[in-house]
Every structure is written in C-alpha cells, then in structure tokens.
Design a protein around this ligand. Sequence first.
Ligand SMILES: [Cu+2]
Length: 170
Amino acid sequence: MHTRSISPVFLLFATIFNFSFLVTGAPAQASEKTYRVGHIVISQAWAKETPRAARTGAAYFTIANDGPKADYLVSITSPIAQKVSLHAHRMIGNTMGMAPVLGITVPAGQTVTLKQGGRHVMLIGLTKPIKDGDKISLVLSFKHSGSIKIIAVAGLPPGTRNEGHGAKPR
Ligand SMILES: [Cu+2]
C-alpha cells in the first residue's frame, strides 16, 4: 500500500520534468490540442515559418472523421491572409507543382493528414511573416459538421525532433 501511494507522485514529477525539458528553447512544435465539430476532429495543427519578405505561407493538420458518412472540408479563412486556398501537389510535365483543389474529402471513419509535399493550406497575401511560435488562427468549414476555429502553431512539423540550436530543417 505504501509503495503504491508513491508511484503517482513519481509519475507526476516525471511528467513535469519531461515537459520542462521540452520547452527549454526548442523550436515550437505542432499543437497537441484537438478540436471537435460534429464528427470531425482536428489535431496536429502547425504552420511553416516564412522568410521575412514572404507573402505566402502554408499550414497543415490532421482531420479525423468518426461519423457514419463522408464529410468535406470546403473552405478556410484566416485573419493573417487575404485569401486561403486548399492546394495539392501535382506533376505538371516533369516538374512537381501545386494546384488548388476545391475541397478535401474525409471518408467515414478515416483520417486525412495534410503535410509538406501533399495537400496543404495555402495562406495567400500574408499580412505579416510567420515566425516560430506564432499562433495562426484558422476557421475551417465542413459541409456537414459545420465550422470550427483552430490554432496552428508555427514551427516544426509534428514528430520532428529538435537536433539542437540552429538545426531547423528547411
Ligand atoms: Cu500551395
């Protein structure tokens, strides 16, 4: 009984220790927060840092649909961009380019991940550059589940380990 009462305290200590280790000077990571609207759950929202003069940026997240029918991400708005488009990467001749898509289908019971080199959110006409740690507000509208505001954290993609100071991947 005595030893069992110690272990939760020890776990709590270990959790705090790990957390403080993660926040010491490392570049920001995708948000751990999840957002639900209807049958749609959004997670791992992040945005890429942009060079100072950039007028376009990109954001990414994961969409899960736990409902019985497909849903569709049809539009996005953000206060930091004049226009927000959904893009996909396509082969155009021999080169990889990107082109707007009308929407993103999330089939029933499935998960769709927006990522670099794949489908992404294009932020066009940025009002200011995107810097590490910025919190980018996005309002996503789904055909069936409705609209939800999420925050994408600017920094590294989800699952990226910080390799030390100055080792940000480009
Ligand atoms: Cu794009």
